[in-house]
Write a protein that binds this ligand. Structure first.
Ligand code: DAH
Length: 334
């Protein structure tokens, strides 16, 4: 025989209501409330368990319990809805307080990258020469012995060809030791008159110290025309240096390069000493002849600029290694 009575069930429902009220009031977050909803009124929840006993009641009493259960459901549901919306508005209030922007604060600025000082220096050199009517050409970093040496009038026994100075890849291939081979490659395909510059990386078997690196950068300059002489070379170099450095003292020193005659080195005065920044000279007639150009008709001048030197002098950098170590604290200054 069933022991379940109408009174028992309605007491249980009443107790469930009190419990639901307490639990919902105590819940501290939305997910706890969602769990409560399931445990109170879900398919296997407490309300369903109570109502299972409804079948044991006399048929006429069942609708009353049904009604009580519905009321309970409605009440609990509206409690849950209210509590959740109160919580949401708390969360929103919190967020608004936390994310408040003081629009009167000064801006922190936008951090942006910039060109490496060596790239910037190369670009500035290129810009000045372009302004003088030169155009930019490029050559390969892997060169043949012919372009790097032979065609530049550098004979077989010349010390520049020494294994000590040159990175040979094979008997015939090497990493170019200067940008001068671009002169030959250009003149082979472009008959004079011509004015070009050739920026690029070059390689030498140098140890690393404050002024040497096995990889560095040059800008080659070449002008071939009728009637060019040393005064054109000097005028061009002085004009360029003045634009690049402003009024830095400059001196030309007689020198020797196999591919120029006469040859000179150009120094600028920096930190109380003279620093060589380029080699230059009148293109040797032997080089022109090698290219099938008549040296009685064509003459010209050439120069090779050391980009690192220009960069170091302009930005007062006393150690070339700083330019290669990618230390942001250093690079940020430029
Ligand atoms: N190629 C030379 C070097 O790397 C520099 C140089 C000297 C280039 C005289 C020239 C020049 O074009 O005319 O040491």
């Amino acid at each position: 025989m069933s022991t379940t009575s109408f009174q028992q069930l309605s007491n249980q429902l009443e107790a469930l209501k009190v419990q639901a009220n307490n639990d919902i009031a105590r819940a501290s977050d939305i997910s706890t409330i969602e769990k409560l909803r399931v445990s109170l009124m879900g398919k296997k929840g407490q309300l369903s368990i109570i109502l299972k006993n409804m079948s044991k009641l006399p048929e006429e009493e069942r609708p009353w319990i049904g009604q009580l259960a519905n009321l309970l459901k409605q009440e609990v549901n509206s409690l849950i809805v209210k509590r959740i919306s109160a919580m949401k508005s708390e969360i929103m209030k919190d967020k608004i307080i936390r994310e408040t922007l003081d629009v009167t604060l000064p801006s922190i600025g936008i951090l942006s990258g910039h060109r490496h000082p060596l790239v910037k220096t190369t670009e500035d050199i290129v810009d000045i020469f372009c302004g003088l009517g030169y155009r930019v050409v490029e050559g390969p970093e892997i060169e043949t012995d012919y372009y790097n040496f032979t065609a530049l009038n550098i004979p077989k026994h010349h010390p520049a060809r020494d294994m000590q100075d040159t990175f040979y890849l094979s008997e015939n291939y090497l990493l170019r030791t200067h940008t001068s081979p671009v002169q030959i490659r250009h003149l082979e395909k472009n008959p004079p008159p011509t004015r070009i510059i050739a920026p690029g990386r070059v390689y030498r078997r140098d140890g690393v110290d404050a002024t040497h690196s096995p990889v560095f950068h040059q800008v080659e300059v070449l002008a071939i025309d009728e009637g060019l002489d040393f005064s054109h070379l000097r005028g061009t170099v002085m004009t360029f240096l003045k634009q690049f450095f402003g009024d830095l003292p400059v001196r030309f020193r007689a020198s020797y390069f196999p591919f120029t005659e006469p040859s000179a080195e150009v120094d600028v005065q920096w930190q109380d000493r003279w620093l060589e920044v380029m080699g230059c000279g009148m293109v040797d007639p032997a080089v022109l002849e090698g290219l099938g150009l008549d040296p009685k008709r064509w003459s010209g001048f050439a120069a090779g600029l050391g980009v690192e030197r220009f960069c170091m002098v302009r930005s007062s950098i006393d150690d070339i290694r700083r330019l290669y170590t990618s230390d942001i604290r250093f690079l940020e200054q430029f």
